[in-house]
Design a protein around this ligand. Structure first.
Ligand SMILES: NC(=O)C1=CN([C@@H]2O[C@H](COP(=O)(O)OP(=O)(O)OC[C@H]3O[C@@H](n4cnc5c(N)ncnc54)[C@H](OP(=O)(O)O)[C@@H]3O)[C@@H](O)[C@H]2O)[C@@H](O)CC1
Ligand SMILES: Nc1ncnc2c1ncn2[C@@H]1O[C@H](COP(=O)(O)OP(=O)(O)O)[C@@H](O)[C@H]1O
Ligand SMILES: [K+]
Length: 517
């Protein structure tokens, strides 16, 4: 799913109005009606007090459309105008007039703290104060209003995005933002829903289709894409009937050190589970017996050293290599790693200590071949890029790094973001059960295994991250968040593949259909 920028959204609105021969007021009516339908479907006329807080821009206009429709359907509505600026938009004004003609209960003007209404914990707040047009921090009394929302504990539904949150930067003061339970966003979600600094402002989100011009949606290239099943299904490569293990590539995993052979066992198992034809692991001698016993499918080459890697040498011709898991940062390991980078021409995934060694010896970064995949967790990323001010600064730095070294950076986290040059791919699968040792090793194994099967490194990264998260999402049903381990993630990769082709659950028959049965 494309994630449009603020500028693209404004452009899409204008173009839609022009091509569909409608006014912007009609488009706003559509937007507000979609919100109304969403609420009405769930509330079915329940008389819970609904407090609709409208700003003076088009977000406020959406709120006024909603409030008018709720009133028409007999809901218990209280409408307020958060009177924070004199410059009201045209469509706000049109809808302000319309609501005044609908009800005698005119919207209440809020100008200061003394005007705030009481809000009960079982009431509902609709936040239509600011949308993507926010261009400065809200003033003090508006901030207090947002804190008043939060203190009420009422369910808070934000329209388009939580007020006080910018579409493209991190707000300075968290008290200046509405903390929403749910956000109904128009046409596509916003990048800020997925970033560590800003995702806390909405617990859940949903994108509502407001009929923006289809050609515009299809033809506009976005900088950000949200990756889910719809994006992954078309790139899936089916297994051929007359294929053999040679068809699906030979994955080589290099890493491990005394006490960290488990990392290599996990990635070896994951490479196999993702479909590689053959897997070889290159590990220190101490790992030979455990690896052969636990992963009989994998072949093993050992270093001359018992406990660490000192001389990476092999005579096989791998299709893809994953390196760094549990490898340690010994000086001898550094030397052989550097030598390996100089001579290697096979597609490469670098993880963990591989990344740490590159961060310590930044000159070696120029040895990376184009489309090398790096899979840092946040600490490893910081060592690589240096400190960042906030998430947008981090992404800017990651894009510049990716362009400079032509590499793919998989920034791991709750929503893993894969960066390649100027594009960002936000993953939609995964859960906090993955916050446990070894899950990153599994991811490296999966991506390596997919490259072995002919997926381009970028596609393999996106698909690998998706499958890894999906596997955890399915496994968590059986193991729960606390007990999920990295081994379970490997075990459920199969389910993640099968899920790509699962039919959606059958819908129960509609009420009138049931009567006819
Ligand atoms: N396709 C779609 O997505 C559609 C989107 N639609 C909706 O339009 C929304 C965008 O509307 P918008 O451009 O009017 O801006 P919005 O966010 O309502 O308000 C900002 C206004 O307030 C002002 N202002 C800014 N900061 C301020 C501050 N700190 N304190 C005080 N005032 C401040 C600023 O004016 P200023 O005072 O700077 O002149 C500005 O005019 C969008 O989020 C969605 O809900 C639908 O209606 C149609 C289809
Ligand atoms: N809260 C979370 N929600 C979703 N995924 C998570 C969460 N925490 C961690 N992960 C995922 O788990 C993996 C952890 O990787 P990493 O920190 O490298 O682990 P390790 O080094 O122990 O193998 C990453 O793929 C990351 O995206
Ligand atoms: K809002």
């Amino acid at each position: 799913m494309k994630i449009f920028s603020k500028e693209q959204i404004y452009k899409g609105d204008k173009l839609t109005a022009k091509k569909q021969n409608i006014t912007s007021t009609e488009l706003m009516e559509r937007a507000g009606t979609q919100i109304f339908n969403w609420i009405h479907q769930r509330m079915q006329g329940a008389q819970v007090p609904i407090h609709v807080f409208c700003g003076i821009g088009n977000n406020g206009g959406d709120g006024l459309v909603l409030a008018r429709q709720l009133i028409n359907y007999g809901y218990n509505v209280h409408t307020y105008v958060v009177n924070c600026s004199d410059k009201r938009t045209q469509d706000f004004l049109v809808n302000y007039e319309r609501i005044k003609q609908t009800t005698k209960k005119w919207p209440i003007m809020l100008n200061c703290k003394a005007d705030f209404p009481p809000i009960g914990p079982d009431d509902i707040i609709v936040d239509a104060v600011f949308g993507i047009g926010l261009n400065r921090p809200p003033n003090e009394w508006v901030k207090s209003l947002f804190q008043h929302f939060r203190a009420s504990n009422a369910f808070t539904l934000a329209i388009d995005l939580p007020s006080g949150l910018y579409a493209d930067k991190v707000p300075e003061d968290e008290d200046g933002v509405v903390w929403a339970n749910y956000t109904l966003s128009f046409q596509s979600p916003k990048l800020v829903f997925f970033l560590p600094d800003t995702s806390k402002y909405t617990r859940q989100w949903e994108a509502l289709d407001i009929g923006i011009d289809l050609e515009f949606l299809q033809q506009t290239d976005t900088e950000v894409e949200l990756i889910g099943k719809n994006e992954m299904l078309p790139i899936y490569k089916p297994r051929e009937k007359f294929s053999n293990k040679g068809t699906y590539g030979h994955g080589l995993l290099i890493g491990g050190s005394y006490g960290k052979i488990g990392a290599m066992i996990l990635s070896g198992r994951a490479t196999l589970a993702s479909g590689a034809g053959l897997v070889t692991t290159f590990i220190p001698k101490c790992g030979y017996i455990p690896m052969q016993s636990v992963v009989p499918e994998a072949m093993v080459i050992t270093d001359v050293d018992d406990e660490k890697l000192t001389a990476i040498k092999f005579e096989i011709a791998p299709t893809a290599i994953g390196i760094g898991m549990g490898m340690g940062q010994d000086e001898k390991t550094q030397t052989t790693f550097q030598k390996f980078l100089k001579s290697n021409s096979v597609p490469l995934v670098i993880d963990a200590d591989g990344i740490n060694l590159l961060s310590k010896h930044k000159d070696d970064l120029k040895l990376l071949k184009p489309q090398t995949v790096l899979t840092p967790h946040p600490k490893e990323l910081e060592r690589l890029l240096g400190k960042w001010k906030n998430d947008f600064d981090k992404l800017k730095k990651a894009k510049a790094f990716s362009k400079k070294y032509k590499c793919i950076i998989v920034i791991k986290g709750a929503h893993t973001i894969t960066v390649f040059e100027d594009k960002l791919y936000v993953n939609s699968t995964g859960n906090p059960g993955l916050a446990t040792g070894g899950t990153g090793d599994v991811l490296t194994g999966i991506i390596t295994g997919l490259i072995c099967q002919g997926y381009e490194p970028l596609t393999a990264s996106l698909f690998g991250v998706y499958l890894h998260g999906k596997s955890a999402d399915i496994a968590v049903e059986d193991y729960g968040y606390q007990s999920l381990t990295a081994s379970h993630v490997v075990d459920y990769v199969a389910q993640a593949f099968l899920d790509l082709f699962a039919m959606p659950p059958a819908q129960p028959p509609a009420e009138n259909e049931e009567e006819n049965l």
